[in-house]
Design a protein around this ligand. Structure first.
Ligand code: SPV
Ligand code: MG
Length: 432
């Protein structure tokens, strides 16, 4: 019987180094490719551009490959134990960096089943990540960008979203990455907040900044970034206009709309005084959700319903009734909003909603209960967390202090050490 060789691959961009690798593998025998799922990849780097199904099709067209199996964890040892290959092949680039620990674990597991590790030299000057960067620089198309959010929801424990109010904040979200516990930690998506977009324009969060203006702002951000964007549409406006709004958002490459179930003159939900603010009827808001669902051309564009029951001092019963109805109307996810300082309200809702046959992924906006950790949200069934206003809140005092410093000192010298050098700003914005 032919010997089996296992090759784990992500194949986001198929290139010549993969072919070299598979040619070497085929010399050892029957080639099994462990194709990494979106979930497995997102455990250690950004979600791939192509979906698993698309990547599967590409690999199945390669005559060097005898079998493809699903590699659903970044930890290869699970499949090694399952398929018991005689050989395991990997590029030698995993000896350093974040894959180092995994390599050690793999070596131990292979030893236990008397299999061998084959490491082949990393092909210099070619890497998927670099090719991906070049493609990203050339831009991402709207269709692809729309789908990324849904894929992230299906593959990550929680999707992390941060408010972006202009292109610069979009770039910060795009480019800031930390390595935490050997994993790359970064934000997955941007939130186009009605509050911060309005505040940036010096206007109140009462829909005085109309959708056309909001869409110009988000197009600026989408021009220079590749991550998905969620649009805060207040209550969606008039139902008769919704299909045009969805058309514009999809054309721009927005991944989701969030609509809140309020009517009347818009008031920000974090205002203590909600006098005059009214909640829409379940039937009327459900119609709006249906309208979004029927208007979208791309089924990966998500309709997210935001429930304001807690904001308007109604209880969990009202929130649940609405969640079930909105889910039935076609909402892909439910944002349960709260302006309490703790998570009691949203977790009591989550506990009940999880039992519902209409359960949908839940979204949290921890603006007032900011002490909650993401792991607690995950434990309570939340799939998206939106940090809704933090970049603007960080920028405002920094700018105000700069103004004060120049006014106090009659020069800008004292400020220099607190702000970034001009050279850094120049280099931050690429000119190519
Ligand atoms: C926003 O960021 O505009 C929101 C969230 O809608 S909140 O400010 O809490 O209403
Ligand atoms: Mg808003």
């Amino acid at each position: 019987m032919k010997k089996k060789i296992y090759v784990p691959l992500a194949i986001d961009v198929l290139h010549s180094a993969h072919i070299n690798l598979l040619k070497k593998a085929s010399k050892y025998g029957y080639v099994i490719v462990g194709l990494l799922t979106d979930k497995a990849i997102s455990e250690y780097k950004q979600i791939p551009m192509l979906s698993y199904q698309e990547r599967f099709k590409i690999v199945s067209g390669l005559k060097l490959v005898n079998q493809i199996v699903e590699q659903d964890h970044w930890d290869y040892t699970i499949n090694i134990k399952k398929y018991k290959p005689d050989y395991f092949l990997h590029g030698d680039d995993w000896k350093n960096g974040i894959q180092k620990t995994l390599r050690k674990k793999v070596i131990k597991t292979l030893k236990n089943i008397k299999s061998k590790l084959i490491e082949i030299p990393y092909t210099k000057n070619i890497s998927s990540s670099e090719i991906k960067l070049k493609i990203e620089k050339a831009g991402i198309n709207s269709e692809n960008r729309i789908s990324v959010l849904k894929r992230l929801i299906n593959s990550k424990p929680i999707v992390k979203v941060l408010e972006s109010h202009n292109s610069l904040t979009g770039l910060i979200i795009e480019n800031t990455k930390l390595v935490k516990n050997k994993y790359i930690n970064e934000f997955d998506a941007m939130w186009s907040s009605s509050l911060t977009d309005s505040a940036t324009k010096g206007k109140p969060d009462n829909s005085s900044v109309d959708f056309s203006s909001r869409i110009i702002s988000l197009n600026d951000m989408l021009d220079v970034t590749t991550k998905p964007l969620i649009f805060d549409a207040d209550n969606g406006g008039q139902i008769e206009h919704i299909s045009y709004l969805i058309r514009s958002l999809e054309r721009s490459g927005v991944s989701a709309i969030i609509m809140e179930d309020k009517i009347g003159l818009k008031k920000n939900s974090l205002f203590l005084n909600q006098k005059g603010a009214k909640q829409d009827s379940i039937s009327s808001f459900s119609k709006k959700i249906k309208k979004v669902v029927n208007s979208r051309k791309n089924s990966d564009f998500l309709a997210i319903a935001r429930i304001e029951s807690f904001i308007l001092n109604k209880g969990v019963k009202d929130a649940l009734k609405r969640a079930n109805a909105y889910s039935k109307a076609g909402a892909d996810a439910i944002l349960i909003h709260s302006k309490e300082k703790n998570t009691k309200q949203i977790f009591s809702f989550a506990k009940e909603f999880k039992k519902s046959k209409y359960f949908k992924p839940m979204v949290a906006v921890p603006s007032t209960y900011s002490n909650v950790r993401e792991k607690e949200l995950i434990k309570n069934g939340f799939k998206i967390v939106i940090y809704a206003n933090h970049l603007l809140r960080a920028a405002y005092p920094a700018m105000e202090n700069a103004v004060k410093s120049i006014l106090i000192n009659g020069r800008s010298y004292e400020l220099e050490r607190k702000i970034i050098p001009i050279s850094k700003i120049i280099n931050l914005i690429k000119n190519d």
